[in-house]
Design a protein around this ligand. Structure first.
Ligand code: AMP
Ligand code: ZN
Length: 474
């Protein structure tokens, strides 16, 4: 423990990762805005945050991770203009905002499960915290950090010693998080003041509204994350994560209001993931054209292939997606699994011989979460002359962080291969397995059991695993 060097966006340096309480990490992640499916760019951020969490756990920290679900208040521009994204999503699909929120929250976590991203210890939808926002905003009003103008409550950025915390560029350069062509809000005293509570916006059809001391309205996006983090993780946050686009204005505003509220520094470490881009630019939900995990699956890629694709490059470098690059990751993943599957069970674990490989792996993680070097450590184990038991133990250990499911996948594939006598046409069996999976998804248990019995009568035994169902001859 205490050996990890991580880049901190706040200090713009790689530095030893320190926690407020020894051995414990409080970690906050900006969750998805649930008005559409997550695209694989969003999921790059969540995969790398998952690897960070697992690396910290692997090194012995007790991690508590909290994530919000943005189901209100995130406007089309990350600043305070445009329509609420949730309302836009509801209109697009002719459903209520809450229906949309539930559907896309479930879809998000289903994608996470496929990518082996751990479910956070706490997941808090923004709509469930209205009282906390009101309490925090009331204190900001009472202490002069917030003001009421034109029906909305704004944070007064001029009250801070330093507002632009993430870099030294001048104010103009920092407008990248704000879309071009956005109208100025005449109620703001300073250009970067931001809304804490809306009662008036151009869009009168905001679906969800709550009573407040300032009138019926809804919270701004930024206050959500500050309040959710402080409620579950207290006054001192060890690490806050998100995609790089969140650094400004979202995280900058989170820091402004949290520190003004608390009266002391709040979060010591900021972990930002660069974007996944396509050749035509950044992948974005609002453009409506984006790649999802389901699409990758339809095209025949296992989701974990995409996880490996992400691990092969560093989180602080922009990553360009192309089908060719994904094909390379697929080939690498298939080969890895075949190699893991080929490890024999001979020997006893030899801890002394294993030690340098563990150290190599840890050094990679400690070097600003260098996942591609961590994957190299895995290849080095496979290439080594360690006995089978030691190799398997190291691979299982590394995979606690990498999350590639190497041993279970290798076992599932081997069982599949040994199940089919050479030349046997297995298409009929596979079709029945698929039909059973569909019956189970539709909660038609009787039909699922009938199919299992039909296969049993043919001498086929089904094995249900996390990765899906395989079979063998009974
Ligand atoms: P959103 O659902 O839009 O609130 O975004 C969810 C997360 O994905 C945030 O942490 C964003 O910073 C991150 N994100 C958005 N676009 C990308 C991208 N193209 N590549 C990587 N992360 C992204
Ligand atoms: Zn946030």
């Amino acid at each position: 423990m205490d050996t990890m060097q991580l880049y901190n966006s706040l200090t713009r340096e790689k530095e030893p990762f320190k926690t407020h309480e020894p051995g414990k990490v409080s970690m906050y992640t900006c969750g998805p805005t649930v008005y559409h499916f997550a695209h694989i760019g969003n999921l790059r951020s969540y995969i790398m945050e998952d690897v960070l969490e697992k690396a910290l756990r692997w090194e012995g920290y007790d991690v508590k991770r909290v994530m919000n679900i943005t189901d209100v208040g995130h406007l089309s521009s990350d600043a305070d203009t445009g329509e609420d994204k949730m309302v836009k999503g509801a209109k697009r699909e002719n459903k209520t905002v809450m229906d949309i929120a539930k559907f896309y929250t479930d879809a998000f976590f289903a994608d996470c499960e496929k990518l082996n991203i751990k479910y956070p210890d706490v997941v808090q939808p923004a709509t469930g915290m209205i009282e906390e926002y009101i309490k925090t905003i009331t204190k900001l009003m009472d202490t002069g950090y917030a003001y009421f103008a034109g029906g909305n409550v704004y944070f007064d950025t001029s009250k801070l010693k330093k507002y632009y915390v993430f870099n030294d560029h001048d104010a103009e350069d920092l407008q990248s998080g704000v879309r071009e062509g956005v109208e100025e809000d005449p109620n703001k005293k300073n250009k970067n003041d931001f809304v804490l509570w809306f009662t008036k916006s151009k869009f009168e059809d905001q679906a969800l509204k709550w009573d407040s001391p300032w009138g019926v309205g809804y919270p701004g996006w930024h206050i959500e994350c500050s309040c959710i983090s402080m409620k579950y993780l207290g006054e001192y946050l060890d690490i806050h994560c998100g995609g790089i686009d969140n650094a400004f204005p979202h995280h900058t505003n989170e820091i402004a209001q949290s520190e003004a509220y608390l009266g002391h520094p709040w979060c010591s470490h900021w972990f930002h993931i660069r974007h996944l881009n396509t050749n035509s630019g950044k992948m974005s939900k609002s453009k409506g054209e984006f790649l999802t995990v389901s699409l990758l699956e339809e095209k025949g890629y296992e989701p974990l292939v995409y996880r490996l694709f992400c691990l092969q490059s560093h989180y602080r470098r922009a990553l360009v997606f192309s089908w060719e690059n994904l094909d390379n990751a697929k080939a690498a993943y298939d080969k890895l699994i075949a190699r893991v599957g080929a490890i024999t069970d001979e020997g006893e674990k030899d801890e002394t011989a294993m030690k340098p490989y563990r150290e190599q792996f840890q050094t990679a993680l400690d070097n600003d979460l260098n996942t591609s070097l961590a994957v190299t450590a895995l290849y080095d184990v496979l290439k080594s002359d360690l006995n089978g038991a030691s190799k398997r133990a190291l691979i299982a250990s590394f995979d606690e962080v990498l999350g590639l499911e190497l041993i279970p996948q290798a076992m599932a594939r081997k069982e599949k291969e040994s199940a089919a006598p050479a030349g046997e046409d297995t298409a009929g069996i596979e079709a029945l397995i698929k039909a059973r999976a569909e019956a189970k998804a539709a909660k038609n248990w009787a039909e699922a059991d009938r199919i299992r019995d039909e296969l049993k009568a043919q001498g086929i035994e089904l094995i249900d695993t996390k990765e899906g169902t395989t079979w063998k001859r009974a």
